[in-house]
Design a protein around this ligand. Structure first.
Ligand code: ATP
Ligand code: MG
Ligand code: MG
Length: 348
């Protein structure tokens, strides 16, 4: 097909649309966001809710394949579209990726380790979970969290009633705190015929719960890198992902690799591929969902990605003047604190 339907109209959709244009595709974005980073680059945009069935019907007619940049699209929306036009990834993938309990259980059932966890549905089950796992631990809303939102860190003196009420949810997970040596991620692309390609293992450093820097390649042993890649490929295949799967992992001091969470879409830790990889993750997504040959994933040079959060993006003039720095700004109208405004890729 020649028009890609993109569910979601944030920066990930925008960068996918730019990559799609390079391969001769149009992109039709669909999403609820008025301040849309996509609007400036896509051929068509529908601003509508994910349960606006008439708008979705028209969207399905206007596109040849549908993909997404946000894993929290309602599965009913995905099912509705999938009945009309090839839609990747499928609702079964989102059902797992949308819920931390499903996600960790899915990994554990494949013999893949995670932080120890307990389901929490109220103050009583929180008390029981804390008695089981101890502190430090992290209480996370099972659904809808991102950039560390919907999480409370618990210590020995934490007020559990206040922690529970702060989450404003009826389903949460308590996770034992992992004292990791580093965090890594692997992004895998998979086509409908099962062909896969994995990007190299990268290291992620967070600040205030938000990804701050990605270092490429990760400074891990070959054994850890191989295990991280094996885990990411295993999850991608077992979930039957068509498109991309990003897998966030913890590496423990003794070299164990534990899954933190997965995202079935382009991922912030893959933004380095735009300038320092043979194929960008955005182009790879287009290739995967369109059934094209997957591109090479070789690192062209050691590099790092730094996120520009809130008013960090005010430095754009200096970043443009810096030799070797590759700046990407998302065209968002307003720089709020904690909001991802752009990123810069640099050789290292
Ligand atoms: P994202 O923006 O990646 O979707 P999120 O809001 O879904 O983030 P997590 O990835 O679960 O949140 O957690 C954010 C960060 O907090 C992790 O990358 C890690 O640095 C830290 N963290 C989360 N869970 C644990 C844990 N069990 N032990 C130690 N650190 C943790
Ligand atoms: Mg997340
Ligand atoms: Mg995360």
């Amino acid at each position: 097909g020649s028009t890609i339907g993109m569910l979601g109209n944030g920066q990930l959709g925008r960068m996918t649309a730019l990559a799609a244009a390079n391969l001769g595709y149009r992109t039709h974005a669909y999403g609820p966001d008025g301040d849309s980073p996509c609007a400036q680059v896509v051929s068509i945009e529908t601003l509508a809710a994910f349960d606006d069935w008439a708008a979705l019907e028209a969207f399905a007619k206007a596109v040849d394949v549908v993909t997404l940049e946000w894993e929290n699209i309602p599965t009913a929306t995905i099912d509705f579209l999938a009945a009309r036009v090839p839609t990747f990834p499928g609702a079964h993938v989102l059902a797992v990726a949308q819920d931390r309990l499903e996600e960790k259980t899915f990994a554990n059932n494949l013999g893949i380790g995670t932080a120890p966890f307990r389901a929490v549905t109220g103050v009583d089950s929180l008390r029981a979970a804390v008695a089981d796992l101890g502190t430090p631990s992290i209480l996370k809303s099972a659904r809808m969290g991102y950039d560390g939102k919907g999480q409370v860190r618990l210590g020995p003196d934490s007020d559990l009633v206040a922690a529970w009420e702060a989450l404003r949810t009826d389903s949460a997970v308590l996770e034992g705190f992992v004292t990791f040596a580093c965090e890594v991620s692997v992004i895998v692309a998979r086509r409908a015929d099962g062909v896969m390609a994995a990007f190299p293992v990268v290291e992620n450093r967070h600040a205030k719960g938000i990804l701050d820097e990605t270092l490429v390649p990760a400074a891990v042993t070959p054994a850890v890198a191989a295990e991280a890649a094996r885990i990411a490929r295993t999850l991608t295949e077992a979930l039957g992902v068509v498109g991309l799967l990003a897998v966030e992992m913890f590496v423990t001091p003794d070299g164990q690799v534990l899954v933190n969470e997965v995202a079935p879409r382009p991922h912030n830790s893959g933004h380095w591929t735009m300038d320092f990889c043979a194929t960008s993750q955005f182009e790879q997504l287009v290739r995967a969902v369109c059934g094209l040959p997957l591109g090479a994933t070789d690192i062209m040079a050691p590099c790092m990605m730094k996120n520009l959060i809130g008013d960090d993006a005010d430095q754009w003039h200096d970043l443009l003047a810096e030799p070797g720095a590759r700046l990407h700004l998302y065209g968002k109208a307003e720089a709020r604190p904690g909001r991802k405004m752009g990123h810069v890729n640099r050789p290292r």
